[in-house]
Design a protein around this ligand. Structure first.
Ligand code: NDP
Ligand code: GDP
Length: 344
């Protein structure tokens, strides 16, 4: 079997490439040139890097996507490439719309025109629920997007659904809730916290500076979530699935749990932007900065993944506490060994 992954240099690309190689797939990945030829998350795993076929290009380049699909004729395409950071999407909506909508359209059209039997996984997100009207959220929950990122992903979601119906394509949308890991980008809150705690463990006196501590999310482990992506493409019929853990936690709880991993207890003092998290001996470990709040918040997330459990047989193996432990312990080790993950 041949698989093509767009966004292979990101978090999910890393875990998905590993998973597919373990299943003996021939793996192709699209990577774009930045100011150098770095391969993001793949750069720290020489074996993985050597095992995938890298095609240099951009999902915004339609002729490149067309020729890639024509040439590779993959059995499966995992379309992960995106401007994936919600915060950045408020500052740069246009690039977010371009990459996330046009990029998806290029992939869909190329499959439709040149490789109709290719199965497509499209990466969508719980952010499409935005301000959820009900909790927990499942495939029937109304969408209410609250950021340029969420709007772009919703457009991509409907485009995939339309192509599936109009042209009989095997194309699915994974509605994935937040998932994190050792190789999560450093701009995301979980990584900011795990890395900040690891630095404090190693003697740093810098507090971790955060925005909204009360945002409620459903955080899972990326390695579990890429399995769900693969499972979606092994079904008899294409369909959309919600993937999450069914647990809800706040950013505040993530902070508390992360400090517990290094044996520290956080106490909260003050309110709003003056709130701080202090250690038992009164040291300020966490601060709040108004600039890190978003113009609109999307939260109160909790996945109802019943459909995935029943139809795919999928369950998350790692839940909140273990996820926090994995991330903090990894960062402690990584910092001390000066390991090479360049995303820090
Ligand atoms: P990352 O941000 O880690 O990875 C995004 C990938 O897309 C990177 O490889 C990036 O390349 C690539 N990319 C961005 N723009 C382009 C472009 N124009 N052409 C080609 N490649 C491009 O995201 P994740 O791995 O965390 O997420 C994977 C997908 O799942 C994304 O679509 C994301 O929106 C979605 N998603 C993620 C969730 C999560 O919690 N992680 C939750 C729900 C959905 P480069 O390295 O060059 O920047
Ligand atoms: P997102 O759900 O894809 O936006 O993932 P993030 O990790 O970026 O954000 C998760 C939640 O954490 C959001 O509700 C943010 O408002 C909140 N948050 C609080 N402080 C921070 C911070 O310093 N950085 C980020 N990225 N998010 C923060």
């Amino acid at each position: 079997m041949k698989a093509l992954i767009t966004g292979i240099t990101g978090q999910d690309g890393y875990f998905l490439a590993k998973l597919l190689l373990s299943k003996n797939y021939e793996v192709y990945g699209i990577a774009r040139r930045k100011s150098n030829m770095s391969l993001g998350t793949l750069d720290c795993d020489e074996t993985l890097k050597r095992s995938v076929n890298i095609l240099w290009g951009d999902v915004l380049d339609n002729p490149f996507i067309e020729s890639t699909i024509k040439q590779v004729k993959p059995d499966e395409v995992y379309h992960l490439a995106a401007q994936s950071f919600v915060g950045y999407s408020f500052e740069n909506p246009e690039v977010t719309y371009d990459v996330n909508i046009k990029g998806t359209l290029h992939v869909l059209n190329s499959i439709k025109d040149y490789s109709k039997s290719t199965r497509l996984y499209n990466a969508t997100t719980s952010e499409m629920f935005g301000k959820p009207q009900v909790t927990p959220q499942n495939e029937k929950t109304p969408f209410f997007p609250r950021s340029p990122y969420a709007i772009s992903k919703l457009a991509a979601y409907w485009t995939v659904a339309d192509y599936r119906e109009a042209y009989g394509m095997f194309a699915v949308n994974g509605i994935l809730f937040n998932h994190e890991s050792e190789v999560r980008g450093p701009e995301f809150v979980t990584k900011k916290i795990s890395l900040g705690v690891a630095k404090i463990y190693h003697g740093s006196h810098d507090p971790i500076v955060l925005g909204n501590l009360d945002a409620k999310k459903d955080w899972g482990y990326a390695r579990d979530y890429v399995e769900a992506m693969w499972m979606m493409l092994q079904q008899d019929k294409p369909d959309d699935y919600v993937i999450g853990t069914g647990e809800q936690h706040t950013v505040r709880e993530f902070v508390e749990e992360a400090f517990k991993v290094i044996g520290m207890t956080i106490r909260w003092k003050g309110e709003g932007v003056n709130e701080v998290g202090v250690s038992e001996d009164g040291r300020v470990l966490v601060k709040v900065d108004l600039r890190l709040f978003r113009p609109l918040e999307s939260d109160n997330y909790m996945a109802d993944y019943t459909k995935a459990r029943i139809k795919l047989g999928w369950e998350p193996a790692v839940k909140f506490k273990e996820l926090v432990k994995i991330m903090v312990e990894h960062d402690i080790k990584n910092l001390s060994q000066n390991h090479c993950f360049k995303r820090y």
